[in-house]
Design a binder for this molecule. Structure first.
Ligand SMILES: [Mg+2]
Length: 229
């Protein structure tokens, strides 16, 4: 009897369509936070963020290291966006998740509280067994390898029995290299600030590409644990 598969979901621009501006609003608030905290203009704030992202894996870790920023304060500030006015319930998503034969978890660079609020707005909070947010990652955001390994350890899952959905090719690459089945959701649009970090080679192809997360069942025949069944 093989272990039950693990389905791992990114949150932003994966469980809801990229057209919603919510993650952009968080991104804007990160920029605002850096501007206010460091007393710099937008351009300098952007270059500081790029530097911290490249050196420490997240803006937050750089701010903690060099400016004594408290993670709780930062996370509350940057995630203070009007989710319920923007994100609507997706009954079709709930139905799709309910049909998956395995454990479902969320793996997001956002905070735990933010993830809970987005999942509640989508109407799928009760479909996820666990949420692994930026606090779990110890602020080492995807695509740093650390949180991927920590997630597998925490869930007791084996890479080859796990599937990971993310809109970012950059975030899919470490999972692919670990042997996790990778599904790209929608078009991968990496933000300009990520350009300084190692980009996946153009030859990198995730195992499957779908237009919307609700199309996941269409590609499950290629996911080895289900293909064997
Ligand atoms: Mg995303």
């Amino acid at each position: 009897m093989p272990a039950s598969p693990l389905f791992i979901f990114d949150l932003d621009n994966t469980l809801y369509p990229r057209g919603l501006p919510i993650w952009r609003m968080v991104d804007d608030r990160i920029e605002l936070y850096v501007m206010q905290r460091l007393g710099v203009d937008a351009e300098s704030a952007r270059s500081v963020r790029m530097e911290y992202l490249a050196d420490y894996g997240s803006t937050l870790r750089g701010l903690m290291r060099h400016h004594g920023v408290l993670p709780e304060e930062y996370l509350e500030y940057v995630h203070d966006v009007p989710i319920s006015g923007i994100v609507q319930a997706r009954p079709e998503l709930k139905e799709m998740l309910a049909g998956l034969p395995g454990k479902r978890v969320v793996f997001t660079n956002g905070s735990l509280d933010y993830a809970n609020r987005v999942l509640a707005a989508l109407g799928v909070a009760d479909m996820m067994e666990e949420i692994f947010g930026i606090e779990f990652m110890e602020y080492n955001a995807k695509p740093s390898l650390y949180p991927y390994e920590k997630l597998l350890k925490a869930t007791g899952a084996v890479a080859k029995d796990s599937l990971f959905c993310d809109d970012s090719r950059r975030n899919l690459l470490p999972a692919y290299e670990m042997g996790i089945f990778t599904v790209q959701v929608g078009e991968s649009v990496d933000p300009p600030k990520a350009l300084l970090m190692k980009a996946p080679p153009p030859s990198f192809r995730p195992h499957a590409v779908i237009g919307d997360i609700c199309d996941l069942p269409d590609v499950l025949h290629a996911f080895p644990p289900l293909a064997k069944a």
